[in-house]
Structures are given as C-alpha cells and as structure tokens.
Design a protein around this ligand. Sequence first.
Ligand code: C5P
Length: 310
Amino acid sequence: MTMQWQWLQPDVSCALRAYAKINLTLDILGRRGDGYHALATVMQTVDLYDTLCLTLRDDEEVRLVCTRPELSTEANLALRAALVLREYTGERRGLQIELQKRIPCAAGLGGGSSDAAAVLLALARLWQLQLTAAELVKLAASLGSDVPFFLYGGLALCEGRGELVRPLPPYWPTELRWLVLLKPAISVATAEVFSALTARDYSDGSHTRAVCAALQEQRMPSLAHLHNGLERGVVERYPEVAAGREALLEAGAPFVRLSGSGPTLFTGLADLEQAHRLWLRLQEQGYEVYLTQPVSCSAESLTLAPLPAR
Ligand code: C5P
C-alpha cells in the first residue's frame, strides 16, 4: 500500500496521497469468456500523486469535491469506492471527499483506480472497519481491474484481468531510476483499446516472466522484454501517441513504452541530469511531461496480507 498518511483530526479527518503507476511490461494472453482479457503485467507506483482529504460529516451524505469540476460526479471512482464500502458494511456516517487531481485522467496511469484504493484504505481506518485483506481486494476488484494493485502499490505482478496481485520484492533497476512520462493531449478509453485487440497482439506471458525473473535476480530486464501488447493498436490508431513516441526518441530516450492502455508513454534513465534535459526538451516542445521516480510500499502495506503464493 502506498499511502502517506497525515491525520488532521484522528477519527474525523485524514489526508493521503494516491500514487500513479506504470506498466513495466504487459502481456495480453487472450480474450476470456466474460469479455475481459487475461493478462500478465508488472506494475510499479511512481511519485506522481493525487491528494485526498477525507472528513466525516455530521449527516449521512457522501460528497466529493474535485479540483477538476468535471470529475465531481457520481461516476468518480473515489466516490464509488466510498459508496461500495458503505453498502458492504452498512456504515451510515456521511463523508466529504476532497480530491486534488494531479494524475492525468484516462491516461494509462491508474489515477482513478489509485484514488479508489486510497478511499477504501482510509475509510477502513476512519470507520474502524474490521475487514480482511481478501474482503478489501474483492471490493476493489468490483470497482476496476487495477484497483486491487493500488491497495499494495510498489512493485507487483498482476494477473487474471489484472486483479490478482502478487507483490514483488521492491527492487528497481538503476538504469530506470528516473522515469520520464509523456502524456499526449488526448484521452483514451480503456474498453476501446481492449476491444481493438487482435490475435497478433497476444503473447504467452514470456515477457512478464522474463521481467519478473530479472527483477528477482536484481538486474535490468532486457529492453526486448519491456513489452506492451496494447501498444501497437494505440500507436496505430492515435497519431498523437505516435508523434509523442517519435519526440521522446528524438530527444534521446533510450526506449519508449506505453503505460497500460495509454496514451501516456514512458522511458527510464539512470542519470538525473540526462532525464531532466529530456524532460525540459519535451516540455519546450509543448508536451505534458513528468519527471518521476518509483515509490515503494509505505509501512501501511504491512496491514494488508499478501495473496498466498501460487
Ligand atoms: O476493469 P476496468 O473497469 O478498469 O476495465 C475497463 C474495460 O477495459 C473493461 O470493461 C474491458 O472492456 C476492458 N478490459 C479488458 N481486460 C482487462 C481489463 C479491462 O478487456 N483485463
């Protein structure tokens, strides 16, 4: 779990950070009977974050206020997380959620999913709920395939439709110490990206297995294994993503990969000066770019039991 907690008034209000993620590699194994795709992916949280402030209300209302007013709706995953938890536990106390949005939306960075997981974790404390890790994971999975990952954060292997999370030992290669993220000026609907997949985008999971093996041996995975089965379709379909990819490569990025269903692209560098130069060049070209680092699980992660090893 990657929350940094700040208790404003214990038992009444708390503030926390919900981090974004990148997919270091993502194999699409095939289409399942339920319409979802079976996948194997390695995800890592990065230090680009939304800030949430949760305050108990005197009435029974659950309200959300967001710095991006168009996100202050009932579809917001942070609000839905609170409602799902209330429904499950029968809790009636009202809640005010204030959400300072920094993570770009519909960008492949998991911002909405991270906010939802943060709300589940914070409310479990604020409402003093006696929920097991398995119950939280189940509620999280009902909100979205990526939400369970954000209950853990750090580095993890995610399988199934993404909801089966196995935390990995927190090793991150020096070669990728600084991550430059480029968010093309479009939003991409995850469902559309998945529905455009064809059999040639499927793989057998070998990229993910190779990346896991390298990380466990504390070495940099081969660049050939930093793969994303969703990338071909997204790059072909959205010229803005293809242009962003070219811009990153021309500015000196050693490699470029799509994060999740995109459109955000990322690269990794060992050297801060180099990474900063790259970031600056792309920013001068008018791109929305972020210079980030991986963040590992906070101490809070100890409160959630990992899923049993298979
Ligand atoms: O789980 P989530 O609601 O985030 O997924 C959004 C959409 O992306 C799904 O409705 C589905 O169309 C697609 N998806 C998929 N396979 C996955 C995850 C998502 O096809 N493993």
